[in-house]
Structures are given as C-alpha cells and as structure tokens.
Design a protein around this ligand. Structure first.
Ligand code: UT7
Length: 336
C-alpha cells in the first residue's frame, strides 16, 4: 500500500525577538498577564521595516527541509502553502514560493485554513500521494502576523499572542504494508463561528473593499472572541484526538507525543489533562514563539525531530483548532 511519510522538516523564525516587556511600550499589558493567561514569554517578528513575506519565510524553511530530504526543488510534484497572511491578496504565496525555488511549472496550491492549515495540508498531501497523483509534496505553513496587528490597547488581547514564523515538511510516498505514515485524519469546520476570529477587511462583499473609515475603525485588524475560541478548543481537541485515534484503530495509550497547535499554553494543559497524559507526551514551544498559526505544528515538529526525543516507530498526534472555526487531528507513525 502507498503510505505518506515525513521525509524531512525545516523551520524559519525571524531574528527579531519581541519580549512581553517590549509589548508594554505600546499597550497596557504586563509580562505577568501574558505569561499567566497564555504561557508566552517572547515571540519573533519580522524586521520593523518589513520586506519579508510569508513566501520568504516559507522559502527559508523549505530550503532546510529540501536539503535534509536530499531533494532538489525539481523533485517536488506539488507545493501546498498554508497561510492566513499571504504576501499578496492574490495570487497565493505558493506561487511566489514556487518561483523563488526556481521552478517553472510545478503546481502550487494555497490553503486558507488558519490554525489548522498544516492539518488540512497533510490530509490533502496524503490524498494526492495515496491516489498516485504525487510522490513528493512540499507542505509549508508560514505567517507574518506582526505587520497586521493592532498593537494599541484596543487590540492587546490578540496582539500579544501572535508571532511570525514558518515550518516546511517534505512528504514522500512509500510502498509498504507496515502500519506507518499518515494513519488517519479527522477534519472539521463550523462556519457558524466565523466571526469569533476574523479579519474583516479588505472584504469582497463591500464596495470599496476597504476605505479610510474602515481602517480608522480598525476593521482590518484581527478580532477575536477569545473566551469562545478557548472553550471550543478545550472541548474539541480531546474529542477529535479520540476520534482520529479510533479511525487508526488506536487508543490514547498508543500516543507517544501530541504535537498540538500553539494557541495558548493553558488550552494545551487542559487538553493534556482531559486525556490524562504526562507532561512529556505534550509538546509546547509557544513560550518562545507565540502563536504562528499555520506555522506552529511544522515548527514544533522540526524542533521535536531536531531534539531526537522520539523513539523508533513513535506514534504522534498533530491537532488544533482555530479560525473558521476549523479543527482536526492527524495520527502519524514514523517508519523504523
Ligand atoms: O490560534 C487561534 C485560536 N485562538 C485561540 O485559541 C485563543 C483562545 N483564547 C485565549 O487564548 C484567551 O481568551 C486570551 C489569551 C486571548 C485572553 O485570555 P482570557 O483569560 O480569556 O482574558 P479575557 O479576554 O477574558 O480578558 C480578561 C481581562 C479583561 O479585562 P477586564 O474586562 O477583566 O477588566 C481584558 O480587557 O484581561 C484584559 N486583557 C488584557 N490585560 C492585559 C485582555 N488582553 C490583555 C492584555 N494585557 N494583553
């Protein structure tokens, strides 16, 4: 049977470290509030003068992943680019990355799944690979949040949680009857909660799509009903993990590590508690990077692999919930 294997990963975080203390210069907040409510200590932002888009960060992460995989860009059959902060309104950052990789006609697909971009991306890649449509897929999750945040008091609930960063994963077909690779996935969306976390402008439903009045009202900044999203996350994440494990014929006892979306350390602590898992089975790095949305899971995965903390044949769960709302989980087992 054809299986989808993680061949290699890479990450890129901009050099500019923004601490909680730094944020206190722009808004009424404190290191104590941010740490207690979110677990975040610092995040990375692109240079203040800008000049770095999601595709640039995706390129840096991809170069590392390609090198480790031993692939040239020409080996890629499909690029999947997950971002909510594309370089341009259109075309997608996947096309820009394709060009920056020096490619001439490799297909590139952008997905707008926000915090679950990596999860939707891996399921799409798996479907392409198992159907024989592709053998090698480059999946990238990259976000530049810093240029789109309201760093005044008005936007402080959102501004303190987001960071910039990118992760890239090379996914490859492997012919094997062993139970390895992507074992199962379960994805969902509930558009009923679209406005609980959104950026409204520019909006095609408005004419003009964006105007001075809208900008003055801050409608081009992200708005979030934090407590609603929080409550949904702590309910859905354990639930979806069990569902995906069942699909794979596994149980919570089979989990070696959960590599969850990094939205809030407290969410992941509730999630861990609900599944009664020890600390070493839940990976978090939100303390250092904040929430990099589509970037969180591939960045975590890259750190996990770099740290060599997984045993052979380890079974991992990728999971998350975010804007849409969308949520999901993917069960993956490393080949020996
Ligand atoms: O990946 C995308 C998905 N997003 C999420 O999963 C986020 C989920 N939600 C959260 O992580 C939390 O809701 C937040 C961290 C965003 C907020 O934490 P909270 O415990 O829900 O706080 P809150 O919004 O209920 O606000 C509590 C208080 C309010 O003041 P009052 O009304 O009690 O006087 C806020 O105005 O904290 C205030 N506040 C702040 N204070 C200092 C809000 N933001 C800040 C801030 N610094 N940055």
């Amino acid at each position: 049977m054809m299986k989808t294997i993680i061949k290699a990963t890479g990450r890129y975080l901009p050099d500019r470290v923004v601490t909680n203390e730094d944020l206190t210069h722009w808004m009424d907040t404190s290191d104590e509030w941010i740490r207690q409510r979110t677990g975040i200590e610092e995040r990375r932002w692109i240079p203040e003068e800008g000049g770095m888009g999601a595709s640039d960060m995706g390129l840096n992460a991809s170069k590392v992943a390609l090198e480790r995989a031993g692939w040239t860009p020409e080996d890629i059959d499909l690029i999947i680019f997950a971002t909510l902060s594309p370089d341009l309104f259109f075309p997608g950052s996947g096309c820009l990355l394709q060009h920056k990789l020096g490619l001439k006609s490799t297909p590139a697909l952008d997905i707008r799944q926000q915090c679950t971009g990596f999860l939707y991306g891996i399921e799409i890649a798996d479907a392409y690979i198992r159907s024989g449509l592709a053998k090698r897929v480059l999946l990238v999750g990259a976000e530049v949040h810093s240029t789109g945040l309201d760093i005044s008091n008005e936007g402080r609930d959102v501004a303190v949680i987001f960071g910039d960063g990118a992760g890239a994963v090379c996914l490859e077909a492997m012919e094997t009857d062993e139970p390895v690779g992507v074992l199962a996935s379960s994805l969902h969306a509930q558009g009923q909660y679209a406005e609980a976390l959104m950026v409204e402008l520019p909006a095609s439903r408005l004419n003009p799509r964006i105007d001075v009045e809208g900008i003055e009202a801050g409608r081009h900044y992200p708005k979030m009903d934090g407590s609603r999203i929080f409550k949904l996350a702590v309910k859905r994440l354990p639930e979806i993990t069990i569902t995906a494990l069942k699909k794979a014929g596994l149980s919570v006892d089979d989990i070696d590590l959960i590599i969850p979306h990094q939205a809030n350390l407290r969410i992941n602590q509730f999630y861990q508690k609900a599944l009664d898992l020890p600390d070493e089975k839940m990976f978090n790095n939100i303390q250092r990077y904040g929430n990099t949305t589509a970037g969180t899971i591939p960045i975590c995965l890259d750190e996990v692999l770099e740290q060599g903390i997984l045993k052979k044949n380890a079974t991992v769960v990728f999971s998350g919930l975010g804007a849409g709302v969308t949520w999901g989980a993917v069960i993956y087992r490393f080949p020996s």
